[in-house]
Design a protein around this ligand. Structure first.
Ligand SMILES: *Cc1c(COP(=O)(O)O)cnc(C)c1O
Length: 445
């Protein structure tokens, strides 16, 4: 009989009864018993406020370069940031779908509309490439931190970077972000794509001169191949989605930016009337980095929740059992097959799970049918197209209200809409039509 870490599955379920629904692919909300308050939860963490500020300053140094090579960022001065939008219409639809009245105001954080790559990966992925580029130039005395980084758009720099290779393993969006910015700087880029990666993402990268290696297996394998290939060449650099602190730090900067947006829109939060933040989770770096930054900046005035596909709940299994990245969803017999390509990850990051264990309130799962229905509801209600991964945040508020009678009208629900603006029109239409079937036949969800 199959065992996991030497124990039969029945024994795991006896120790963790919440595993029952999770192993049946049933949408489920898990309330994290390990959560602590900000002060306790941020003690002894490997990263601090100074690291986040440092990352933010680096992005500011690069802003003149970004504004030069990406004219669409000119009006933000080369700062890559997404809109924060109030969303009353979708709130009404979610209340209708879930049959749950939800006190509080809905906002969307539209990372789907981040410039350059149209997903949350434009935060971490682009940051790590820029940091690597800066390190190479500093080491070779080609740059000082006081310089205007606009000069990196020049040919001399492109030639310099062309000696170097950047590698990454991805389910799609990370490869897209890293591929696009690396090619712009002049690096050679090799992206190892898992079987889940959408064809249009591969096509777009190839158009930009990126080498795309396709794998028939899943994300963990694509990462492994990228890592192995990079180890053979001293002039190559592997961006390690399963372990990278730089990626994580790139995501944390969102918190500093969001603080400004809340002030501009006069949105007030406090430990008594907090902002609940719903973050789609794959390997964990994106939602983990954003949530970590939020806890550092806002403390107990924010409460964070991760959303995962019912078929790929790697963070949920890892955190619930405290086994973190040492176990995979496949170990527990789950298939890791989902339309949410950004979240199709069977094994969580090696360090994010432990860092986030005391900092998140819960994790819930969302079925593929629910995702397609939400795509259609979102398009109809708000006129915004999101990709399957990116709508999973929407199922969170009803669970939170069911589990917390103290949620009032003063609370904020911030749904992190992580990707979708770059999806080709014909795929948007197909996703929408698929969701319409479920919308017209709610029993199917
Ligand atoms: C990658 C991705 C996520 C999750 O980020 P991880 O770092 O993999 O946890 C969420 N949404 C979208 C659209 C993504 O591409």
């Amino acid at each position: 009989m199959a065992t996991i870490k030497g124990k039969p599955i029945e024994e795991w379920i006896r120790a963790y009864p919440d595993l029952g629904p999770v192993l049946n692919y049933t949408p489920f909300f898990w309330s994290n018993p390990y959560v602590q308050n900000q002060q306790e939860g941020l003690q002894n963490q490997p990263l601090q406020l100074a690291d986040i500020q440092n990352a933010e300053e680096r992005l500011t140094r690069f802003a003149p370069f970004i504004a030069t090579v990406y004219p669409e960022t000119e009006n933000t001065g080369g700062i890559i940031e997404s809109p924060l939008k109030k969303a009353d219409q979708i709130k009404a639809r979610i209340e209708d779908i879930t049959g749950q009245e939800i006190p509080g105001t809905f906002y969307l954080k539209l990372d789907s509309h981040l410039p350059i790559s149209g997903s949350i990966k434009a935060r971490g992925g682009i940051y790590e490439v820029l940091k690597h580029a800066e390190t190479l130039l500093l080491e070779n005395q080609l740059l000082s931190e006081k310089d205007n980084y606009r000069k990196m758009a020049g040919n001399k720099y492109r030639e310099f970077f062309s000696q170097y290779t950047i590698l990454v393993g991805s389910t799609g969006n990370l490869g897209l972000s890293i591929g696009v910015i690396s090619a712009k700087l002049g690096f050679h880029v090799i992206v190892h794509m898992s079987a889940d990666a959408k064809q249009w993402k591969k096509d777009l990268l190839r158009e930009r001169g990126v080498k795309v290696v396709e794998h028939v297996s899943d994300y963990s394998k694509a990462v492994e191949e990228g890592r192995a290939e990079a180890a053979k060449d001293p002039k190559s650099y592997f961006i390690d989605d399963e372990n990278s602190r730089d990626l994580f730090l790139g995501y944390t900067v969102a918190a500093i930016r969001l603080k400004k947006q809340l002030e501009e829109q006069e949105i007030q939060i406090s430990p008594e009337t907090p902002m609940h933040v719903y973050l789609p989770c794959g390997v964990g770096g994106g939602p983990g980095g954003v949530a970590f930054g939020l806890k550092v900046i806002f403390g107990d005035a924010v409460k964070c929740y991760f959303a995962e596909p019912t078929h790929s709940p790697c963070m949920l299994l890892g955190m619930m059992t405290s086994m973190h990245h040492t176990i995979s969803v496949q170990d527990f017999g789950l298939d890791n097959q989902t339309a949410a390509d950004g979240l199709a990850v069977g094994r969580a990051s090696g360090f994010v799970g432990k860092v986030m264990e005391p900092l998140i309130e819960g994790i819930y799962t969302v079925s593929d049918e629910q995702m397609f229905r939400l795509i259609t509801e979102m398009a109809d209600a708000e006129g915004i197209h999101l990709e399957p991964s990116a709508v999973t945040g929407l199922m969170g508020p009803a669970y939170v209200v069911q589990n917390n009678p103290e949620v009032t009208e003063e609370h904020i629900h911030l749904i992190w809409a992580t990707g979708g603006s770059m999806v080709p029109d014909e795929i948007k239409e197909a996703d929408y039509q698929k969701g319409r079937q479920y919308k017209n036949n709610p029993d199917a969800t």
